[in-house]
Structures are given as C-alpha cells and as structure tokens.
Design a binder for this molecule. Structure first.
Ligand SMILES: Nc1ncnc2c1ncn2[C@@H]1O[C@H](COP(=O)(O)OP(=O)(O)OP(=O)(O)O)[C@@H](O)[C@H]1O
Ligand SMILES: [Mg+2]
Length: 352
C-alpha cells in the first residue's frame, strides 16, 4: 500500500528468505563460506549458531541454492519434534530408501551406508541439514551422531549441518552430547549487524525493491533502527515495514526518528530497558557515532562514508544467483567496494 508513495516496486522488508534480498555482512559472508565448505567437503559435522533472527535459515537456503540440481543432495530437517522412529522414517524417505528400511535400525544404517558410498563414488555428496537444532531431543542428536559415523577409511559419507540459537552451544556442552561435540569439525557464530552493516542492509533492500534509500529514511532514523534492533535482521525488517506503513499514513518522508519511536512503542520493541528508544531530539546528530560503534570508527569525519561504506551486498547477491564459487565472492566483494567508493556520496539523508 505504501509502495507508490515511496517509489518502490515491491515491499523491501518482507520476512522471507528471498535470495534477491540476500545481504552478506562480513559475519554472514564468513558463515556462508563455512556452510559451503561443510556441505561440499567431507568434514563431518558443521555447526552454525546465532541469535533468533540473525539469518541462519536464510544462509542455509542460500548455501543450498548454490548446489541446486548439482553435485550435492541435501535433506533439510526443521521439525525438532520427531520421535526416534519418525526421524529414521524421515531420513529413509528423504534419501529415497523404502519405508520398510526404517523399521530396522541395522538395516537402515546398512542401506544408507551403501547408498551414500555409491553416491560418493559417483561424485555426489549428501548432506543432512538440521535447522532449529537447539530444540532437537537428545536421543535424536544421538542418532545424528550415529549417522556422522558413516564413513569409509578415507572419507565421511554424510555432511551434517546443525544450525541453532545459542542454546545449541549450551546443549553441546552437556555430558551426554560430548561424543557429538567431539565430531564437530567446523563451527561458527553468526553475529548481528554493526551500524554500517545495518545501513547497507537497509539501502540494499530498498534498492532491490526499486527505491532510493536517501528519500526513504533519515540517517538518524537508520541509526535508531540499528540501536533498537541491535542489528538483528528480522527485527530490522519488522520495524522498517511498520515504519513505512506509519509514515505513509502520515504522508511523511523520509522516515524520521519520531516515526521509529512510535512504531517501536507500538511493537513493544525497546533496547533492554536500560537504553530507551530515542526521540528525534535525543537521536545522534548526523555523523555522530552510535555508542557501540565508536570503537570501529577511524575518524569522525569518515563517518558519512563509513556508514554507507560496507561493500558487498549487490554483487554477492549475483554470486548466489549465479552459482559462482568462493573466489568469485571475494572478487565480487572488492569490485562492489570500488563501485561503492566511486559511485556514491550519501545513502541516507542527514537533513533532519
Ligand atoms: N543476510 C540476510 N540477508 C537478507 N535478509 C536477511 C538476512 N538475514 C536475515 N534476513 C531477514 O531476516 C529474516 C529472519 O532471518 P532467519 O529466518 O534466517 O533467521 P534465523 O537466524 O534462522 O532465526 P531463528 O533462529 O528464529 O530461526 C529473514 O526472513 C530475512 O527476511
Ligand atoms: Mg531459522
């Protein structure tokens, strides 16, 4: 409903994992590389941990889309409420084994091992992705460990990827899960966006949706969105979508901090009680650092450039769609960096 008012061809902040809107912060890029490595290699178990809404599922989907129809066959489990028997039925079905195979664990493991080793010999890798793994019962995690044992003398047969919220890290420290933890070969934690990354994330999503960032958000509003959302993409999206609705109702653009304050109050989103949502008058002056980002700054006068200077978004989206390899990610990132440096002087208006 607000698209025409803001000059957008589509809504920029939908809560989907649409790869066209994929943005790779340095943390997301590192995690995506790790997922590729874990999926395509014979590394055994890979673990990705991140707070709710930081983008774990988004990254897993991006990593999987890279291999669509090619050399990796993947099985994606995102229902943590399975019984042990249902888990075996799920894996048997997903791997194309007959339902009867799941009735006997011995038969299941033998048939699965045969299948995986045939695939290996044919150059096809097989991956089991377990999303929301923090909620998986211990007995199922034990079964997953058994699957991680399927290997020849030289190689693992099944790549296993566990993603979950920080509780997963705590679960892996439980004594009962020590054998599983020992088999984790790759592990990383997905951080929230920093201020510049939030600014670039907003700008990228607005541009992909056909809009011009500087006409849509004041920079102080962007800083406030970052502050309140703590750089969590899902929260950023919810705040921004509501802010566009509210600003449209008020026929107000660019969106100011007053609108963000109102929306955050309505959504009951606040910064941990200790740091109340700022009003327009309290918001940092354009060019001033958000407190948590002060140490990342090189010099105050560099702020405007640095706020919009995170390089990667657009070209990396092309990487994902184009099935390029990791080297191309690096190239694309530096090309994008150049484009950013040469092409733009301001993303968000400071004239509020
Ligand atoms: N890197 C990103 N690029 C673009 N959008 C993102 C990115 N990360 C997250 N998002 C947006 O945030 C939303 C939430 O992300 P996602 O569902 O991947 O989080 P999650 O870490 O899996 O959360 P949960 O732990 O609750 O499952 C996505 O639907 C997407 O709109
Ligand atoms: Mg998720």
């Amino acid at each position: 409903m607000y698209r025409h008012f803001f000059g957008l061809s589509e809504r920029p902040f939908d809560l989907t994992t649409n790869p066209r809107f994929l943005f790779l912060s340095s943390g997301h890029r590192e995690a995506l590389s790790l997922l590729h490595y874990g999926l395509a290699g014979d590394k055994g178990i890979t673990v990705l941990i991140g707070e709710a809404g930081t983008g774990k599922t988004t990254l897993v989907r991006a990593a999987l889309s890279h291999y669509q129809g090619s050399e990796v066959v993947s099985l994606y489990l995102n229902n943590p409420m399975l019984t042990r028997q249902e888990f075996y039925e799920f894996v048997a079905h997903g791997m194309g084994l007959g339902a009867e195979v799941a009735q006997s664990k011995t038969m299941f493991l033998r048939e699965l091992d045969d299948l995986l080793s045939q695939r290996r010999q044919a150059g096809i890798l097989t991956a089991l992705i377990v999303d929301e793994a923090q909620a998986i019962p211990t007995e199922i995690l034990e079964e997953i460990r058994m699957l991680a044992n399927l290997e020849s003398s030289t190689t693992k047969h099944l790549s296993i990827l566990l993603t979950g919220q920080p509780e997963l890290a705590a679960r892996l420290n439980e004594a009962a899960l020590a054998p599983l933890k020992q088999r984790v070969a790759l592990r990383t934690t997905l951080p929230p966006f920093g201020l510049q990354e939030t600014a670039c994330y907003l700008a990228m999503r607005i541009r992909v949706a056909g809009g011009e960032p500087s006409t849509i958000f004041y920079r102080s509003a962007v800083e406030q969105i970052h502050h309140v959302s703590k750089g969590i993409p899902r929260t950023i999206n919810v705040i921004c979508d509501n802010a566009l609705i509210t600003a449209f109702a008020l026929r107000m653009k660019p969106v100011s901090t007053d609108v963000i304050t109102e929306v955050c109050t309505d959504l009951d989103v606040h910064v941990g009680g200790a740091e109340p949502v700022q009003t327009e008058a309290q918001a940092p002056r354009p060019g001033a650092a958000a407190p948590e980002d002060v140490e990342r700054r090189e010099a105050p006068e560099a702020t405007a450039v640095r706020l919009l200077g995170t390089p990667r978004p657009l070209s990396v989206i092309h990487h994902i769609e184009g099935n390029a390899d990791r080297v191309k990610i690096e190239q694309a990132a530096s090309e994008s960096n150049e484009t950013t440096r040469r092409g733009r002087t301001a993303i968000f208006s400071t004239a509020d």
